[in-house]
Write a protein that binds this ligand. Structure first.
Ligand code: SF4
Length: 340
């Protein structure tokens, strides 16, 4: 019984069907694990009073989130490599922010989307993560490394909507009010724009994460060159899906735009991007292109990035430049998986 992949209702069902127990035992177990990270949950009074049940549960409950293989730090950022049961490795990145810590998690080992500027894409897809392995990254950082996680972003290795079922279930576990109880606005799912997945997510009901889209181009010609997914889901289809995605009253879709010198950084690109975004409530993050092995892509100079940002601002687009963090330890955007 891999409890890290279970919602409270899942656990209630298992406790009833396996052991004939009700919500009280499920509530205690769930709270000890997801609220307190207590590996000695079986020593609490309720479980000490039921030794037979507890013996059985100790055998059945699997609470293993993986083993930390390596931690690399750059400033206050920490990249954590975690070994899974089958020996595969995933990476998560702890990013302390002003008010709360953000954890960037992976949804797959590798990725098959093949974005040209991304190290993970060069790995290809090795396998999908289970919901328990996804939630395990949060559990491990929160309770084993002792770093309380306030925001979760699906921006690590993998395309989350390409592993739809486990990712959606992991979001249910992370937002479960008997456990981690993260608010919807504290979870961001970043996608390359799998239009079918966006529709499926929207139709699946609450809890809906905030959506971020890795756009990176002002038009289909440039986007298809950088991101093969655009040949299947062109930008007009993507925009229709974003317009249909339910937002909170003051919510917006985050648009990630990796700036690459000479490719997508000219003033006319900023103008075309502004036109594309006009019907959307969108917030643009400009990200300098990070070095990626075997590719000639480079970030524009800071002044050129400022000019691109200012051009968007004059077109009344909400935009900010993302600070460069984690390049040295290959923890920055598009760099995960380099050393796996
Ligand atoms: S940017 Fe994201 S979707 Fe694209 S190859 Fe990298 S991990 Fe996959």
């Amino acid at each position: 019984m891999n409890i890290l992949g279970m919602t409270f209702d899942d656990l209630v069902g298992e406790m009833a069907s396996r052991y004939g127990k009700g919500r009280c035992h499920a509530a205690m177990l769930y709270r000890e694990i997801f609220r307190r990270g207590n590996p000695d949950w079986h020593r609490t009074d309720l479980f000490r009073a039921s030794p037979d049940l507890t013996r059985q549960l100790v055998q059945d409950v699997d609470l293993w989130p993986g083993r930390v293989q390596q931690q690399q730090t750059e400033g206050d950022l920490v990249k954590v490599a975690v070994v899974l049961r089958d020996g595969q490795v995933v990476e998560s990145v702890i990013i302390p922010m002003a008010e709360r810590t953000t954890l960037c998690i992976s949804s797959q080992v590798g990725c098959r989307m093949g974005c040209r500027f991304c190290e993970t894409g060069r790995m290809g897809l090795r396998r999908n993560l289970t919901a328990a392995e996804i939630v395990g990254q949060v559990y491990l950082v929160n309770f084993i490394l002792g770093c309380p996680v306030g925001n979760v972003v699906f921006m690590g290795m993998g395309e989350p909507l390409d592993n739809f079922g486990p990712v959606r279930h992991a979001i249910r576990v992370l937002t479960d009010d008997h456990g981690f109880n993260l608010a919807r606005r504290r979870i961001t799912l970043s996608t390359v724009g799998l239009v079918d997945g966006i529709h499926r997510l929207a139709q699946g009901g609450a809890p809906l994460p905030q959506l971020a889209v890795s756009l990176n181009a002002p038009d289909d010609r440039i986007r298809s060159r950088l991101m093969p997914v655009n040949q299947v889901y062109p930008m007009a289809d993507l925009r229709r899906a974003l317009l249909a995605y339910p937002q909170r009253p003051k919510g917006a879709v985050f648009i990630e735009y990796v700036l690459i010198e000479g490719i997508n950084d000219r003033p006319e690109h900023a103008d075309a991007l502004a036109d594309f975004l006009r019907p959307l409530r969108a917030k643009v993050n400009l990200i300098p292109c990070n070095p990626c092995s075997g590719r000639p892509f480079r970030s524009p100079a800071p002044e050129a990035m400022d000019r691109f940002r200012d051009r968007l601002l004059t077109r009344k687009i909400f935009v900010r430049k993302r600070a460069i963090k984690g390049q040295r330890v290959m923890a920055a955007c598009g760099q995960l998986g380099k050393n796996i």
